[in-house]
Design a protein around this ligand. Structure first.
Ligand SMILES: C[S@@+](CC[C@H](N)C(=O)[O-])C[C@H]1O[C@@H](n2cnc3c(N)ncnc32)[C@H](O)[C@@H]1O
Length: 262
């Protein structure tokens, strides 16, 4: 586990509440309000730029000519990297502010939409060879409708490549804060943190989910698990973040899956 306070260029994180019940939901996950600051951090920090994104790209492999949907595309960094590798990419995000930044990055011709993972998606059946769902599923309490939609828009045999909060890391964050009673590993639990990023603060609420519940959701939606990955950071991180990597050359932060649509 690596805590984001220990990194350079970090989003600093403070555990606020075990549950959105005690936080006004309209005040959480307002990516529009910190889209620029989040994007600047995401492009340079250890956990996104030198850990999560390289891991997603490595799992995707050779994507030349593949039609890929970037679900929860944010400001489009993964979209851009996949497109640079020859994929034909579409993306959507629930935050209009993030989609606007993605459009600025990717150009007017990019296939980008504001849409909500968990609702019906604006794509026909069997459209994509791959879906990348990078750090988005953990915003949803119920993965069933979202996974059913992603399964629908994937062609049979297509891949769903996922990164989510590592459930053990979330549990450890609560333990380190002396608040283990608020996050029983075995429960699907909402937890809220305050992010400070680029001088702004924002409340971010996500759903902790134990490993067995993730696997049940994937299987229940008709996916076969082909890879579960707990990768190393990108080798470049050693020079860019020497203190963080020396202190913790390997760490748990996110958990990665490659799933095949049945
Ligand atoms: C941590 S950011 C990750 C962005 C991008 N995937 C990346 O890895 O750089 C999470 C993104 O998920 C989006 N998001 C959260 N809930 C969503 C939902 N239900 N449908 C679509 N996007 C959602 C947020 O707006 C935000 O852009």
């Amino acid at each position: 586990m690596i805590s984001s306070e220990r990194q350079e260029h970090a989003i600093s994180t403070k555990l606020v509440s075990p549950s959105a019940v005690s936080v006004d939901p309209s005040k959480t996950n307002d990516y529009d309000s910190f889209a620029e600051a989040y994007t600047a951090a995401n492009e340079t920090n250890l956990v996104n730029a030198y850990y999560e994104r390289p891991a997603m790209l490595a799992l995707a492999g050779d994507v030349a000519g593949r039609r890929i949907l970037d679900a929860g595309c944010g400001s489009g960094a993964l979209f851009a990297a996949l497109r640079d590798r020859g994929a034909i990419v579409s993306g959507f995000d629930t935050s209009a502010g993030m989609v606007e930044l993605a459009r600025r990055r990717l150009g007017d011709g990019a296939d980008l939409q504001v849409a909500d993972l968990g609702s019906l998606l604006p794509y026909a059946d069997d459209t994509f060879d791959d879906v990348a769902a990078s750090l988005v599923l953990h915003y949803l309490e119920d993965w069933g409708p979202a996974l059913a939609e992603l399964r629908r828009v994937l062609r049979p045999g297509g891949r769903l490549i996922v990164s989510v909060d590592h459930p053990f890391a979330v549990n450890l964050i609560h333990r380190e804060a002396g608040r283990e009673a608020e996050c029983n590993y075995f429960d699907t639990t909402n937890w809220t943190v305050e992010w400070t990023v680029g001088g702004q603060t924002a409340l971010v609420s996500r759903w902790h989910r134990p490993l067995h519940a993730m696997i049940e959701a994937f299987i229940g939606a008709g996916f076969r698990i082909t890879v579960i990955s707990e990768p190393d950071p990108d080798p470049a991180a050693r020079e860019l973040f020497p203190e963080a990597i020396a202190a913790m050359p390997r760490f748990l932060c996110f958990l990665f899956f490659v799933l095949q649509a049945g």
